[in-house]
Structures are given as structure tokens and as C-alpha cells.
Ligand binder design. Sequence first.
Ligand SMILES: *Cc1c(COP(=O)(O)O)cnc(C)c1O
Length: 471
Amino acid sequence: MRYPLEPDHEVMQQLARDVVDRAIAFVDTLRDHPASLAGVSAEELLNLQRRLLQPPPEQPQEFQALLDRVEEASRAAVETAGPSYLAYIPGGGLFAGALADFYARVTNRYVGMAATAPGLVALEWSVVRWLAEIVGMPAQGGGVLFSGGSIANFAGVVAARERLGETIADGTVYLTEEAHQSVGKAVRLAGLPLEALRVVPCGRDLRMDPEALADMVAQDRRSGSRPFLVVAAAGTTNTGVVDPLPAVADVAEREGLWFHVDAAYGGFFLLTERGRAVLRGIERADSVTLDPHKSLFAPYGTGALVVRDLGALRAAHAVSGHYLQDLGEQEVPDFADLGPELTRELRGLRIWLPLHLYGVAAFREALDEKLDLAQHAYRRLAAEPSLDLPWHPSLSIVALRVRAKDPHNSDALTRAILERVNAGRRVFLSSTVVEGRFTLRLAILAHRSHQDRVDEAVDAIIAAARAVTAG
Ligand SMILES: *Cc1c(COP(=O)(O)O)cnc(C)c1O
């Protein structure tokens, strides 16, 4: 069969139905998918990749056969959409968000500038305004949706950099060891030298020490540097701890620093009462990174930067192009003036549709459930004598290590637990290094992860811990 570039009504229905049928079958069986690629041989994966690395043919191929190939490619993966994904920072991807994407891509509106699709830009702007509001930004606040937290952090750093004027090499930026690596990357991409990064010490609680921050800023000023930006974490990726935001805000205010909060993981817990208490002080930030593709369960490719003063974001990004001269003034901003992109996808719809379809309360309940599950997992794991849980979870990440008789063995034994648990392929966990020590983490965030799977993970961890410490 030949498919024309523009299929007719019947063909479109058939093609779309085939895709939707497969997508629904995927979701229907998600619970039982293997959690990861643990145990799949490197050779098998290499062979798969070789088969898939084919250039396109000159002549058409069958649609079903192509979808078969896509499914084969997709199956060989960590199951990031299912309840078993408790590694890194999960998200899941709401089905309604995917439907919004399908519609947005078929209609293919131009949303880089407001004038070409004022309705859809207003709809996306309503999402951005809501994000700014839950953070506690004032009415002149706003922001822009990006592809993820890394780009949002980058845009935040670029907005902050405006404080330095044209000469930037003597600017200094303050963060902690626990900051996400995308912050350092953003500083580098923004044109600052590696030496611009100042690592502020943390206490045993892994939170930034605000007095040390103030001392470092003063010291840097004395030696001729220009401190201009402090980045605090509202939920670190490692353990989910939140820097002391009010105290950091005080230092930033006193010292005239731009205050950026990286809430890519933790931000949407602001919807819950407990989250709001933990994240108090975030409303004093100049800019905040949020990642709807994490704690708002949106499909990947959905991040956000919100700022206190939209003018600062515009000052850093707006340029004019003569060929855009006919577009005129609008009620809503041109997203192209607020970030590096001109032509961009309509990201807002994949947040807007689920929020309006389910209502905000559904998200609040889901996030409250994750907070409960983290407390539940913590209590069960902390009761196991062979395990050490140094940090009570601030949000929904539980971090742990083996309590080894000989502390030198702790890293190896903790790694052995990770390998045993992941080998079962019912859950997928990941590890990190905290305070120089191998640390296992249970990140409970996917909208499809509920108590049954968290208990399965906890059971597996405890069984593995007993097995590896028995010898
Ligand atoms: C995930 C994460 C990022 C990076 O976000 P991406 O969407 O992966 O680019 C930045 N900061 C924190 C705290 C994160 O958890």
C-alpha cells in the first residue's frame, strides 16, 4: 500500500486507530512490564541497535510493520512510565497529556509569537500564570515553558547574568555540592568560567549553610569578584532535601544576589499542605525552575521557569527581527522574547488539559499520596537493623545505606542490594553518592506508583539487605 503525504479521511482514521490501540494496549499491560533492562545481555541490545540503525528506504513500507518495529525499539527500555520506576526522578506521563500533544501537533499552531495563535498562547499563558501563582510570585511575575529543568535553569542563570552587565568573567555563583549538575552546566553555558562556581558547605542535613554563604560572598567581594547569583535546591535530586530558603533569601536580599530556586523535583509539592510548609521561602525567589514532567506527571519535554519580574527575563532574551515587524502588540507575551527559542512546540496544552480535566485537587491528592508513601517506606526500612537511613525524607525520596559491621564494606554491600533488587525486574531503583558514600535511593513520584509496588520494593530491599549482610 502507498500512503499519500496527505491521507484521506478513512486512511487517517485507520492510522490513528492503529496507534491509539497500541498505546492503550501499552498502558493496559504496564503493571507487568519488566522494570528495567537488568539481565538483558549487552550483545542482545547491541544487535537490536544494529537492526534499528537502518536508513530510510526509497519505497513505502507497511504501517503495521513499522509500528511493530517501533514497539520492539520501545520495549528495550527502563520502564519509565510504569509503577515500578522508583529511580532517578520519576514522572510517568499522563495519558491525557499525550492526547493534548497529538492534537497540538496535528493542528501545528505557531506559538513562538502571540499574534499567530493568540488563543493558544493565552491558554499556555494561563498555565504559566498558575505556575507563578503556586510559587507565590507577584502579579507582574510570569515565565515560560521549556523542554525541561536543565533549560529552565539555564534561562534563569542567563536572566541573573544581566546583573553583571557586559563584563561577566568576574561574576561568582553560589550553590552546594547537592545542587543538580544542570546548574553548573547552565553557568558554563552562560559563558562564565568554571571558577565562577562557589560550593557553599552543607550541614550534616545536606542543606546549605547560610552563614557560610554570607561569609563566602563577603570574602569574594573583598578579593574583587562580583557575587551575583545564589542557587538553592527545593528538593535535591539525591535525597530530596530542601535548602533553608528563608535564610538563603535573607542573604540574597542583603547582598543583592539574584535568588534562583531549583524546584525541578520538588516544586509541585507546593500543591500540598505539607509541601508548602517544607518549601516556605520559595516565594522570595527571583526565579524558580519547575519540571511538570516530574511532579506534575506530564510527558517528557515539559519544564518551566517562573520569574518574579518578567521584565528581567525579557531583558535577557528579547531581540528584534525585521521580518517579524507585522505582528503587533498582544495581551499576552511573545514566548520568543522570554527564552532562546523562536519556533517552539505548544507545551502548555499537555499541562492545561490534564489540569482542567481532572482538577487541581486530583494532583494534590496524588502528591499527598507520594508523601505518605515515602513516610511509610521510611518507617519500614528504618525498622530494619541492617539498614541505615541517615535522613528523614523531606519530600518523597528515601535514601539508605547498609549498616555494615566494618564500615569499609558499606559501599560494596549497598551496591549489592541495588543489584539484587533490580535483578528482580519488578522495581527499578538507582543509587548516588552522598558525603562520598554509595547511597541507594527510593524516589516515589510516578502517578502510577502506589502502596502495593512501594511495599514490594521495600520487601525486596529488606530481603536483599539481610542476604548481603548475613555472610
Ligand atoms: C531533574 C532535575 C533537573 C534537570 O531537569 P531536566 O528536566 O532533566 O532537564 C534539574 N534540577 C533538579 C533538582 C532535578 O531534579
